[in-house]
Design a protein around this ligand. Structure first.
Ligand code: SF4
Ligand code: SF4
Ligand code: SF4
Length: 320
């Protein structure tokens, strides 16, 4: 067995086994969906629909989502990284606004918080679903705080530390997240235990509240990510799996040139293993822009180079 295979298997076993044993010791203030509903109902008469801080929250979320869409449509790398840093700081550490498997549980139970008191929550959920149907996993590409954190890690860490998994392992390992999605949803259907999310998601880290063991596990996960880029996102994330399935409805997919049948430039550029030959796997693609920037690059993309050559040939006889 190769060294990279041992790393991935050890990390999987370590993360799930030890978190299963020790997550009970977590110090998070967790409540079930029904308790959450009861609390909301109890408070609803005493709360204004949007107080001053609610208006500020809503405005900041609208500004952040606008930045995310603008950076995506402009294909601006600089704005993409600004969006990612904002995602980690604001969406992660300040607001803790992440799509979680708990939201999938709420969807299954058809149990949602009251709209008038949770407008920002509905805005983020609505945006995530609509943007996924329109473009694919834009949420994963630049809005999710954890995904942004690991992508930023990948940017600042030396590339020589990276371990590329053999293609045959990678192609199989990406399905693990879908298996996990089914297992967790079936488990929830049987037990109604929402707290299982602590066993399968690291998003609690943004609350800065966890036991020593939970932090140690997170450190192990992030350490693995140092060597295997986007490790959690690509192989383990249940939300990513759910959005990957939804991505099959994508309206505005990535275009391909005829030259993409033989050219491998974009396949090499894609950090998510979403391109194989001319085909792009919409479930794995996070609309990171890398290949789309190449698609329009007249100095590198063979499509444009061929057009340039043809035009140059045409101009030579014309000049005589
Ligand atoms: S795969 Fe999961 S952790 Fe990664 S960016 Fe998407 S939702 Fe976030
Ligand atoms: S560089 Fe151009 S031709 Fe090559 S795969 Fe990318 S879009 Fe296609
Ligand atoms: S490089 Fe292209 S195919 Fe790969 S994740 Fe980014 S946008 Fe998707």
């Amino acid at each position: 067995m190769t060294r990279s295979a041992i790393v991935i298997i050890a990390a999987l076993v370590c993360f799930f086994t030890v978190s299963g044993v020790f997550a009970q010791d977590g110090a998070l203030p967790l409540i079930s969906l029904s308790e959450l509903d009861a609390l909301i109902a109890q408070d609803k008469e005493s709360q204004p629909i949007l107080d001053q801080s609610g208006v500020v929250d809503l405005a900041l979320l609208v500004a952040f989502l606008s930045l995310a869409v603008f950076s995506f449509l402009k294909k601006s790398k600089t704005l993409k990284y600004v969006t990612m840093v904002s995602a980690v700081v604001y969406m992660g550490f300040i607001k803790g606004n992440l799509v979680s498997v708990v939201h999938l549980f709420a969807l299954m139970e058809w149990s949602f918080p009251l709209f008038q008191y949770n407008i920002t929550w509905y805005l983020l959920m609505g945006f995530t679903v609509v943007s996924t149907v329109l473009w694919g996993r834009l949420y994963c590409g630049r809005i999710c705080a954890f995904g942004s954190l690991t992508q930023l890690m990948d940017r600042v860490l030396p590339s020589r530390w990276r371990v590329e998994l053999p293609a045959w392992i990678d192609r199989r390992a990406i399905y693990f997240k879908y298996v996990l999605l089914v297992i967790v949803l079936v488990y929830f259907l049987i037990t109604k235990d929402t707290l299982v999310y602590r066993y399968v998601e690291p998003f609690w880290m943004f609350t800065l509240s966890g036991s020593v063991v939970m932090w140690s596990l997170l450190a192990a996960l992030l350490l693995t990510t140092v060597f295997i880029r986007n490790f959690y996102c690509r192989y383990l994330c249940i939300v990513g799996a759910g959005l990957g399935l939804l991505s099959n409805l994508t309206v505005f997919g990535i275009k391909r040139w005829q030259e993409c049948n033989t050219c491998k430039l974009c396949e090499k550029e894609c950090e998510w293993g979403a391109i194989q030959g001319p085909k792009i796997s919409v479930s794995e693609c996070v609309r990171c822009d890398d290949c789309e920037i190449l698609y329009d690059d007249k100095a590198r993309c063979p499509h444009w180079l061929m057009i340039g050559k043809k035009e140059a040939k045409r101009e030579i006889p014309d000049s005589h």
